[in-house]
Design a binder for this molecule. Structure first.
Ligand SMILES: *Cc1c(COP(=O)(O)O)cnc(C)c1O
Length: 273
C-alpha cells in the first residue's frame, strides 16, 4: 500500500485508521470500487463512480461526497505517487444508522492506492480454472465489501463462479463470458454487477460483428462451449479453460477471447480519464 485518503486528508498507510465503531467493521456495511490506471489516468473513472453511488444508495448509505470531489481526490492520489497503481475507493456504513429513515447517514469515504498486481503472461497464456458454487450473490447490483462467499476456492482455482439453479451469473470478482457457436453470452444486468469492462467488451464484440446475447449462460451449455473468459478492471481479459471438472473447448485459451483481449488492449486509451 502506498498511500491512503481518509478523514479528509492523504495519509501514510500506517497512519490511516478506521474506528471500530464504523458499521463496515461491526456489520459488514460498506461498498467499494477497484480501479486500474494507465499512464496515470484512471480507467473508466466515471462509470466506476456511478456504480459506486448506485451501490451505496441500494444499501441505504446516503450523504456521499459529490462525484467531482471523489474524482479530484483519486486523480490527486495517483499524481502524488506518480506511477500506475490500483485504486480502491470505499464508502463505509459509518457510525450512524438512523432508525427513523433506515439510512446510514454519515458514511466514511476512504481511498487506498496500492501496487497494481497484473495477471502474469504465463497465467494469461495457460488460462485459468474457476471453482463453481451452487448459489449467487445477494445483491447483484451492489459491489459490497462482503466477499465471504468468494473465499471457497479450492487450491489451483483462480476464482469462484456463481452458478445458481443451473444458470451461470458471474465470477467472484469478475464478469463471466461464454462462447457457444461463435456467440458471446453473458448474464444480463438485472442478474449481475454492471461491469465496466463488460461494457467495453460488448462494444468491441459488436464492432467486430460478433453476436452478443445478454442472458445467463446455462451450466448445460458448458460441454458444448468453445471458449470462456472473465473480465475486470485490473485483470482485463483472462481466458478460462476449465470450470470445476469440465474442460472448456480444447482446454486452451480461444481465438475469439484472444481477439477481444487484443482489441481491448489496443483501444484502452478510449476509456482513460
Ligand atoms: C468488481 C467486480 C466485477 C468487475 O467489474 P469491472 O467494472 O469490470 O472492474 C464484476 N463482477 C463482480 C461480482 C465484481 O465484484
Amino acid at each position: 500500500m502506498y498511500l491512503c485518503y481518509i478523514d479528509g486528508e492523504f495519509k501514510k498507510p500506517e497512519d490511516a485508521k478506521l474506528p471500530i465503531s464504523d458499521l463496515i467493521i461491526q456489520r459488514g456495511v460498506g461498498v467499494f470500487e477497484v480501479m486500474a490506471t494507465h499512464d496515470l489516468k484512471i480507467l473508466m473513472l466515471t462509470p466506476h463512480l456511478e456504480r459506486f453511488k448506485n451501490s451505496a444508495e441500494s444499501c441505504g448509505i446516503i450523504n456521499l461526497p459529490d462525484v467531482e470531489f471523489m474524482k479530484k481526490i483519486i486523480h490527486e492520489g495517483v499524481l502524488k505517487i506518480n506511477k500506475d497503481v490500483r485504486v480502491k475507493a470505499y464508502l463505509s456504513g459509518g457510525d450512524v444508522f438512523d432508525e427513523a429513515t433506515g439510512k446510514f447517514t454519515n458514511p466514511r469515504f476512504f481511498v487506498i492506492f496500492e501496487a497494481q498486481d497484473v495477471v502474469s503472461n504465463e497465467t494469461r497464456s495457460k488460462g485459468v480454472i474457476l471453482d463453481p458454487v451452487p448459489y449467487g450473490r445477494d445483491d447483484p447490483n451492489v459491489k459490497s465489501v462482503d466477499y465471504r462467499k468468494t473465499y471457497q476456492n479450492h487450491s489451483g482455482t483462480f476464482e469462484t463462479l456463481y452458478c445458481p439453479d443451473g444458470e451461470i451469473t458471474e465470477a467472484g470478482h469478475s464478469t463471466f463470458f461464454l462462447i457457444v457457436n461463435n456467440i458471446l453470452i453473458t448474464a444480463p444486468l438485472n442478474r449481475v454487477l454492471k461491469g465496466t469492462t463488460r461494457a467495453a467488451i460488448i462494444e468491441l464484440a459488436k464492432s467486430e460483428n460478433i453476436k452478443v446475447e445478454e442472458r445467463c449462460p446455462l451450466w448445460s451449455e458448458l460441454a458444448g462451449a468453445s471458449e470462456a473468459f472473465i473480465t475486470g478492471s485490473v485483470k482485463k481479459v483472462v481466458p478460462v479453460v476449465k470450470i470445476g471438472g469440465i474442460v472448456i473447448g480444447n482446454g486452451k485459451p480461444g481465438t475469439i477471447t484472444q481477439k477481444l483481449s487484443n482489441l481491448y488492449d489496443k483501444y484502452i486509451s478510449r476509456w482513460l480519464e
